[in-house]
Design a protein around this ligand. Structure first.
Ligand SMILES: [Zn+2]
Length: 211
């Protein structure tokens, strides 16, 4: 997978996370341009500015615009007009980044990958997004080796204990679909054995405990 392709994938991952971030904020703050057609959160006390979501969302709104300007400047020699401040404009800037990144040097595309990864991590660490899982090495009985990643053949697999999701933390690794490898654990109720089922359909005997 090229850095430009990875940007497309990460941007697609970031979009729904942004929507969830915005949901944590009072509607008037989340999107002042939306008017009164949407549903309003009605509660006894006014919804406060979410202490974690607000700053992260602002960081991403600004960062996405900066990144778009940087890529556009690289290609056209001018950074284009500034976008307004709505969520819709951030989504449009992300779409623009996905297109522009194919025209820039790999080094700059890799910079975009790092930025997007950072924003995704920052979002996932917010408590109310519910994805702030701790990724830990896979525990195996004494004397056994943990399962190796079936794609890169390294011991880079980590498991999120709460959800049983598994991923490969080797940033260069990709599965049979050219995507970053993700799996979930499926337990056989009859004999207690477990397999990892990967996103591209591959399954693999899983040595450790599933919980
Ligand atoms: Zn791997």
């Amino acid at each position: 997978m090229t850095p430009a392709q990875e940007v497309g994938q990460l941007a697609a991952e970031l979009k729904p996370l942004l929507a969830r971030l915005a949901e944590l904020l009072p509607e008037s703050v989340a999107d002042p341009t939306r008017g009164t057609t949407g549903h309003h959160k009605v509660s006894g006390s006014p919804a406060p500015w979410h202490p974690e979501a607000g700053p992260v969302l602002m960081t991403i709104h600004a960062g996405v615009r900066d990144l778009e300007r940087l890529l556009r400047y690289q290609i056209t020699g001018h950074s284009g007009e500034d976008r307004g401040g709505s969520d819709g404009n951030t989504m449009a800037a992300l779409d623009s980044i996905i297109r522009l990144v194919h025209g820039v040097p790999d080094e700059l595309a890799r910079h975009a990958v790092r930025e997007l990864n950072r924003w995704i991590e920052q979002t996932r660490q917010i408590r109310d997004i519910g994805e702030s899982e701790r990724w830990i090495p896979i525990h195996v009985p004494k004397g056994q080796l943990p399962p190796e990643c079936p794609y890169c053949r390294t011991y880079s697999l980590r498991v999120a204990q709460e959800s049983g999701r598994v991923r490969c933390t080797n940033p260069k690794c990709e599965d049979g679909n050219g995507e970053r490898p993700r799996a979930h654990i499926e337990k056989n109720r009859l004999d207690g054995s477990a397999v990892l089922v990967w996103g591209d359909g591959r399954s693999q005997y899983y040595y450790g405990e599933a919980s």
